[in-house]
Design a protein around this ligand. Structure first.
Ligand SMILES: [Zn+2]
Length: 356
């Protein structure tokens, strides 16, 4: 990763974009990709897509998809003495929340708060359990309810954990929201490389909103763009850290390349082409099963209109949905190379369907 691309990635990671409030993250993404593509557009709910026109209008149109939104919390209730109670946005982890800083995204800009943590000396540690969401409260330093309102905060404002990205080693980065700011980053890199020497296929890279609550942005944008085929990017659980059973969760390792999903919403011919391209490019792939749902945007994309042949490529991630998610930059680079070569492999003779 060059210094420029790393600074773009860190900018993306540092820009809060909780589900339903993704516009700040989209602006960072659009400002970067705009230099490399023919057009950047958005829809009513804020999904952004970048279009790179191909050299052959008969070649299949490819949509790449990632999701821009991240998990977080939302102001549910403000008490008379100025404490904020919350709802979860998406699958936020209650077990790690206490004692962390948050950024509340209020009307007058971000406000720093802390998730209150009653001291170990005076709480009932013998019967301790993971707190319920309604037991978590945020302290923004206000003396009462009016003090919270004076900071520009009301019920319905979102918040994220206040954690900036950091490098752990030469190839490992830790941050919140690598799920899935990483996907938008990968799409931007793929489009930038394709722009140097245009492929036959028109490629549209969509950074979709509202994945963490059900793939809604991907559903809207797929309906609009009507691609001939699609590949979604997301993160998947790296299982190499302590305490994860391979018999229960399978095995995906960090640093051993992107994972490709087989089954249900993924299309056999798209999967086959991804595997062929990986072999030609000497990219190591890992494999994941999907017996029902993938839990990604792919579930929305493949059933758009009369069906869109789809693939799912995932980057191994440790500690998903926490403040210390960890990713390996070698896996990211392999993923960019795989999808750049995949897009270049498409031509007018390609048809992705089922012949009986
Ligand atoms: Zn997620």
């Amino acid at each position: 990763m060059t210094d420029d691309t790393k600074s773009f990635f860190f900018d993306l990671l540092d820009t809060p974009s909780p589900t339903g409030f993704e516009t700040p993250g989209q602006r960072v993404w659009a400002d970067y990709v705009r230099d490399h593509v023919d057009a950047v557009d958005t829809d009513a709910y804020g999904t952004a897509w970048a279009t790179l026109d191909g050299s052959d209008s008969d070649a299949p149109r490819l949509m790449l998809d990632a999701h821009v939104d991240e998990i977080g919390f939302m102001v549910r209730h403000i008490t008379d003495d100025g404490f904020i109670y919350v709802n979860r946005i998406g699958g936020s982890d209650r077990a790690i929340a206490r004692g962390l800083r948050v950024r509340v995204l209020g009307d007058d800009g971000p406000v720093t708060g802390v998730v209150g943590n009653t001291a170990i000396h005076i709480r009932d540690t013998k019967n301790e359990k993971v707190p319920k969401v309604h037991e978590l409260f945020v302290d923004v330093g206000a003396e009462d309810k009016d003090g919270v309102h004076d900071l520009g905060i009301r019920v319905g404002h979102p918040m994220v954990f206040d954690v900036s990205p950091t490098e752990l080693s030469d190839t490992r980065i830790s941050a919140r929201a690598i799920d899935n700011r990483l996907g938008g980053f990968i799409i931007a890199q793929v489009l930038e490389r394709l722009a140097d020497d245009r492929p036959a296929s028109t490629v549209q890279g969509a950074n979709s909103v509202q994945e963490e609550i059900g793939g809604h942005g991907a559903e809207m944008v797929t309906h609009r763009l009507e691609p001939d085929l699609a590949v979604a990017f997301d993160v998947t659980h790296a299982t190499g850290s302590p305490g994860i059973s391979s018999t229960e969760h399978g095995e995906v390792k960090m640093g051993e390349g992107p994972a490709i999903t087989h089954g249900t919403s993924t299309h056999p011919q798209v999967v086959q082409r991804l595997m062929q391209v990986a072999e030609q490019e000497d990219i190591s792939l890992q494999h994941e099963p999907s017996a029902r749902r993938t839990g990604t945007d792919t579930d929305s994309i493949f059933k758009s209109r009369s069906g869109v042949p789809s693939g799912l490529v995932s980057v191994p991630l440790r500690y998903m949905h926490s403040t210390v998610e960890v990713v390996d930059t070698d896996d990211i680079e392999q993923c960019v190379q795989l999808l750049t070569a995949f897009a270049r492999s498409l031509d007018a003779d390609d048809e992705f369907g089922v012949t009986l």
